[in-house]
Design a protein around this ligand. Structure first.
Ligand code: GDP
Length: 478
């Protein structure tokens, strides 16, 4: 039969209250004894990051059991998935291109490089997957949609320019996602390159090199002259080894859409990163609200593949519609099931768009605190001068109300940008502007995503507002 909320909670190793809260955030009002349908359970599992498998559909929308799979013994090492971030013009694109072309060995000859949103290189008989869209906006936009696909972040800093505003943003975005950071100090071929200054500057952001007692890996490179690339790749493998990135290749595939478009000749095309299981030609799948059957599969070297395992990026055809970047991708036992899940997903999505909004705002902060949903109030601070940033940080971090604390996940000087809003969305944060305002794009995105943006001119007012909100004493703003 189906499963109740209580049974589902047990399956997912969560408290029923946690599951109910999650359901509410998805726009589903539920009680503990309510029966859930299979796609809701799968969505829940995905939300909690728990692997579940559906067993034998008995009849339409009925299923026998859902059980957790992936014993430790089934997990196999998989290539790390790497994103490159950093300030504009510090060499992200050049580095991505250099790594790709350095690695086109004679064995690969014959294939034509395809841009499929990600590519793989091989070193010491191990593979590394690079996402092809540099920059933290793309990274965090994916995360805001619930897709966590990066294992390691390379922060590129030009040795002749040093730490710049987008460097700091990139660090905040990587840290907010809990992804390990490797620093690539680029452009060391330039006469005015000063790698030590970069190291010095980054200590302020808790990125301290090993030789100075920290644990951040720094690699000096020149993307242009192709120096240090091998060492960078080796360091990526080292971090991967320490973190033991694993997946079970022997099950139906699941992953994330990284790009999708309508191709004139081939119809809807999706570029997906397989994250669990193995994707095979002929597989029926759901991608976001779309479904299909894998007609053909091509890798980044233009090779046709019959199957693709964990961490492999592939371009697939055979969809009925074009999904969105960041959409989850999942294989099902047959096309009928896939279609039914895709249709239900479309409905759930509409419901949650219309339904309750779980984004934290100062007005309902106290409610979230009381219900135990919030332990840290995530805050992004933007101010006109560094002095104000520091003053605000210092005061806000001292506030503690009933065990709840303020956590500054990003701060900087300048207007509130769209990148700040996207980070707030992904991390459920509020944004404080001190003597600065959001630019137009940021304003529009904040409205759309319902991010709470508070603008102030007096430090005392900021502190008071946050404190009152945490104590549940804030007068609602109408
Ligand atoms: P992005 O904006 O971070 O993607 O930066 P790009 O990759 O577009 O590089 C910006 C500029 O810096 C380009 O003119 C590159 O040729 C140059 N550049 C990138 N890497 C290096 C390097 O290692 N050495 C030197 N001298 N120039 C570089």
């Amino acid at each position: 039969g189906t499963m109740t909320v209580g049974e589902t909670a047990k399956l997912l190793h969560k408290d029923a209250s946690e599951v109910i809260k999650k359901l509410i955030s998805m726009g589903v009002m539920a009680t503990i004894n309510q029966e859930l349908d299979i796609d809701t359970i799968l969505l829940l599992a995905a939300e909690f990051g728990v692997e579940v498998e559906v067993k034998i559909p008995v009849e339409e929308d009925r299923f026998e059991t859902v059980e957790e799979v992936d014993n430790e013994a089934d997990l196999k090492e998989r290539p790390p998935v790497v994103t490159i971030m950093g300030h504009v013009d510090h060499g992200k694109t050049t580095l991505l291109d250099a790594i790709r072309s350095t690695n086109v060995t004679s064995g690969e000859a014959g294939g034509i490089t395809q841009h499929i949103g990600a590519y793989q290189v091989e070193i010491n008989n191990k593979k590394i997957t690079f996402l092809d869209t540099p920059g933290h906006e793309a990274f965090t936009l994916m995360r805001a949609r619930g897709a966590q696909i990066t294992d390691i972040t390379i922060i590129v800093v030009a040795a002749d320019d040093g730490v710049m505003p987008q460097t700091v943003e990139a660090i905040s975005h990587a840290k907010a996602a809990g992804v390990p950071i490797i620093v690539a100090v680029n452009k060391i071929d330039k006469p005015d390159a000063d790698p030590d200054r970069v190291k010095q500057e980054l200590t302020e952001y808790e990125l301290v090199p090993e030789e100075w007692g920290g644990d951040t890996i720094f690699v000096n490179v020149s993307a242009k002259q192709r120096m240090g690339l091998e060492e960078l790749l080796e360091m990526i493998l080292l971090v991967a080894e320490v973190n033991e990135f694993k997946a079970n290749p022997n099950k139906r595939a699941r992953g994330t859409v990284i790009e999708a478009e309508l191709d004139k000749g081939r119809g809807p095309v999706a570029r997906v990163l397989v994250q669990h299981g193995t994707l095979k030609v002929g597989d029926a799948f759901v991608a976001g609200n779309c479904f299909g059957r894998v007609r053909a599969m091509v890798n980044d070297k233009g090779r046709r593949l019959k199957e693709a395992g964990p961490s492999t990026p592939v371009e697939i055809t055979g969809l009925t519609e074009v999904p969105q970047a960041g959409d989850p991708f999942m294989v099902f036992e047959d096309e009928r099931k896939a279609r039914s899940i895709a249709e239900k997903r479309a409905i759930t999505q509409r419901q949650s768009e219309l339904g309750s909004n779980t984004r934290v705002t100062l007005d309902d902060l106290f409610k979230h605190i009381k219900e135990g949903e919030i332990k840290d109030l995530n805050v992004i601070i933007k101010a006109d001068v560094q002095g104000s940033v520091e003053a605000l940080k210092g005061s806000l971090e001292k506030i503690e109300v009933e065990g709840v604390r303020v956590k500054i996940i990003h701060s900087g000087v300048g207007a509130i940008t769209e990148s700040d809003i996207i980070l707030a969305t992904a991390s459920n944060a509020i944004v404080i502007g001190f003597n600065v305002r959001p630019d137009n794009q940021a304003k529009a995105t904040a409205e759309q995503e319902k991010v709470d943006v508070r603008l102030h001119r007096v430090i005392y007012n900021v502190i008071e507002e946050i404190e009152q909100a945490m104590k549940g004493m804030l007068d609602p703003v109408y």
